[in-house]
Ligand binder design. Structure first.
Ligand code: F6P
Ligand code: MG
Length: 298
């Protein structure tokens, strides 16, 4: 986690100083001419090699297992999205790195619940490192100070109720009537819209504001595009460690087995009641709603 933090510091600087053309944002320091997402990818692989504790790593950019030289026994394997939202770097929106850490040498045949840590590096007006560790309660936010140190500034242990929504893949409402119904509910109930189209800031706000709902729902014509291994499971771990809930419509995203590195899924993150509403609206019932005891008043 320390090595990854080091590279996040560098990525933050490179993102801040990237110049963006029509198709890519490029860094031109010395002979570096890599687009920022490729540069982030390279820095993260290097960090994992230097850590001496990573066995395999793979990224959205290089979706095959790469041997990082660390041990299997007592070592870890890491999956990462080097720069989520790279298409909104030019608009100067917040972007981020996402990663999940699994014990040993497997990144398939595992579930998100088996992660021992996950994190995001967030490159906005401020640079923050938001992380969760299996054996430490809560999800923790660290702020990058001018002198280069990370300062612990917040821990989140519960996600409460509050009318804030982040509706991803909204085009799916055209042929998914249940998703359209859910969106109608948020509008009718006067929820506040907070959506940038960058999954990192859109999910992070739930952890920071301790309320809200993020949805990215599929339909026949607008398929699921978020990747379970690189994005959905690591963010699910952060949200659930923060006291929130996640769902693919029927179960926690942390209970889904990752069969292929490229598996994709629809997803929602939020407070318990928001996830109950999400599951009930999409599929008619929610596993989170305790069965009413027999004879209980309706
Ligand atoms: O990684 C894909 C991504 O850019 C996410 O960061 C974001 O949440 C999603 O796509 C946005 O999708 P849409 O534009 O369909 O809402
Ligand atoms: Mg992404």
């Amino acid at each position: 986690m320390t090595c990854m933090g080091e590279s996040l510091r560098t990525i933050a600087f490179k993102v801040r100083t990237a110049s963006c053309g029509g198709t890519a944002c490029v860094n031109s320091f010395g002979d570096e001419q890599l687009a920022v997402d490729l540069l982030a990818n390279k820095l993260l692989f290097e960090a994992l090699q230097y850590s001496h504790s990573c066995k395999y790593a793979c990224s959205e950019e290089v979706p095959e297992l790469q041997d990082m030289g660390g041990p299997v026994e007592g070592g870890f394997s890491v999956a990462f999205d080097p720069l989520d939202g790279s298409s909104i770097v030019d608009t100067n929106f917040t972007v981020g790195t996402i990663f999940g850490v699994w014990p040993g040498d497997k990144l398939t045949g595992v579930t998100g619940a088996q992660q021992v840590a996950s994190a995001m590096g967030i490159f906005g007006p401020r640079t923050t490192y938001v992380l969760a560790l299996k054996d430490v309660p809560g999800t923790h936010e660290f702020l990058l100070l001018d002198e280069g140190k990370w300062q612990h500034v917040k821990d989140t242990t519960s996600i409460g109720e509050g009318k804030m929504f982040s509706p991803g893949n909204l085009r799916a409402t055209s042929d998914n009537p249940e998703y359209a119904k859910l969106i109608d509910y948020y509008v009718r109930e006067k929820y506040t819209l907070r959506y940038t189209g960058g999954m990192v800031p859109d999910v992070n706000q739930i952890i920071v504001k301790e309320k809200g709902i993020f949805t990215n729902v599929a339909s026949p014509s607008a398929k699921a595009k978020l990747r379970l291994l690189f994005e959905v499971a690591p963010l699910g771990f952060l949200i659930e460690k923060a006291g929130g809930y996640s769902s693919d419509g029927k179960q926690s995203v942390l209970d889904k087995v990752i069969n292929n590195l490229d598996d994709r899924t629809q997803v929602a993150y939020g407070s318990k009641n928001e996830i109950i509403r999400f599951e009930e609206t999409l599929y008619g019932s929610s596993r989170l709603k305790a069965a009413q005891p027999v004879g209980a008043a309706a």
